[in-house]
Design a binder for this molecule. Structure first.
Ligand code: A3P
Length: 332
């Protein structure tokens, strides 16, 4: 596999450091700096860790993005199942537009990330603010931003937020494999032990992982009509139940007739790991920013951490999770 240069890690080719806005160029040197798992630099901004390029895009998004009341925002920590959530949500809200899921469905020819854009990707260019008004409603976007840093209009509008999280052990393992596929043999890649230490310290893209999850967990308890909180493991166990729950939350519940016609199962089959990962577009295609579609599909299972982490690592990360989550009524 072709080795990508450091500038390309997690970042569209169009954006190099020289493309940073003046604001970012001045801000970045003032921020705490750590080596990332796969990148030279992560900077801590308002408690969370960003590459310079993501910080630029996210700050521009924070400043310019105007949420509409009927927008839907899908939020995850990286490697928590974003691709699956995008596919399910896209298929769900467009089910009347594409009634025949086996023919002409956009998911058959386009990777879910091409159908539900990350806001940060839309706002990467420092000299350009995209016109998103023309997108027909309901608009579907995604972000890895923590709740605290969401654009003001997202919080103030009635737009819905669907948050998907995953056991931190599987999230870390997925991230580890993903990074190694993007930057194989790079000197920038930390050893597994050092990467694990960084992750546990909270130093990971859009981390600390636990604070990211807690921000959305607390908001979902406070305002269940605004934020829906989902776990990857639970969705894997009862996908039909959760797809129906998402449909209710997004105010487009399945009718009895749809259920009896098998629409729920059709969507689940279309969006399953097995189906999506075997589509030609996801085996051979590339995102516009250069990342191969196939790197978004690895195993798609729960519990692969058993194959990578040592007993000490498992005990260590479980303790952190318990200490952070149990007092808030959250567990994995
Ligand atoms: P693994 O690396 O454990 O296999 P993200 O989409 O947030 O980048 O997360 C990627 C993880 O989700 C990977 O996990 C990937 O295999 C899994 N994944 C991708 N598509 C999926 C699907 N349709 N169903 C379930 N899991 C999926």
């Amino acid at each position: 596999m072709e080795k990508l240069s450091d500038e390309n890690i997690f970042v569209p080719k169009c954006l190099q450091e020289s493309d940073l806005s003046q604001e970012c160029k001045e801000l970045i040197p003032t921020l705490p700096l750590e080596k990332g798992m796969f990148t030279a630099a992560l900077h801590q901004y308002q408690g969370f860790w960003f590459t310079p390029n993501f910080l630029q895009g996210d700050l521009s998004c924070q400043k310019h993005f105007q949420a509409l009341d009927n927008d839907i925002l899908l939020v995850t920590s990286p490697k928590s199942g974003t691709t699956w959530l995008k596919a399910l949500s896209f298929a769900l809200i467009n089910r009347n537009k594409y009634p025949n899921i086996h023919i002409n469905h956009p998911l058959l020819t386009t990777n879910p990330h091409g159908l539900v854009p990350f806001l940060v990707n839309l706002y990467f260019d420092k000299d350009f603010v995209p016109d998103l008004q023309k997108i027909p409603p309901p608009r579907l976007f995604s972000t890895h931003l923590p709740y605290e840093l969401l654009p003001k209009s997202v919080k103030e509008s009635t737009c819905k937020v669907v948050y998907l999280c995953r056991d931190p052990k599987d999230t870390f393992v997925s991230l580890w494999h993903f990074g190694n596929k993007l930057v194989p043999q790079s000197s920038e890649v930390l050893s597994l032990e050092d990467a694990f230490k960084s992750f546990c310290k909270g130093v990971s893209l859009y981390g600390p992982f636990w604070e990211h999850v807690l921000g959305y967990w607390k908001k979902s308890l406070e305002s269940s009509e605004k934020v829906m909180f989902l776990k990857y493991e639970e969705m894997k166990m009862k996908p039909d139940f959760y797809l129906k729950e998402i449909a209710k939350f997004l105010e487009c519940p399945f009718s009895k007739e749809e259920e009896s016609k098998g629409v729920v199962d059709d969507i689940l089959n279309l969006c399953s790991f097995e189906n999506l990962s075997n589509l030609e577009v996801n085996k051979t295609g590339k995102m516009s920013y250069g990342v191969e579609n196939k790197v978004y599909f690895r195993l798609g299972q729960v519990g692969d951490w058993k194959n990578l982490l040592t007993i000490e690592m498992i005990e260590h990360i479980n303790t952190i999770t318990e200490n952070k989550f149990v007092k808030h009524g959250l567990n994995f």
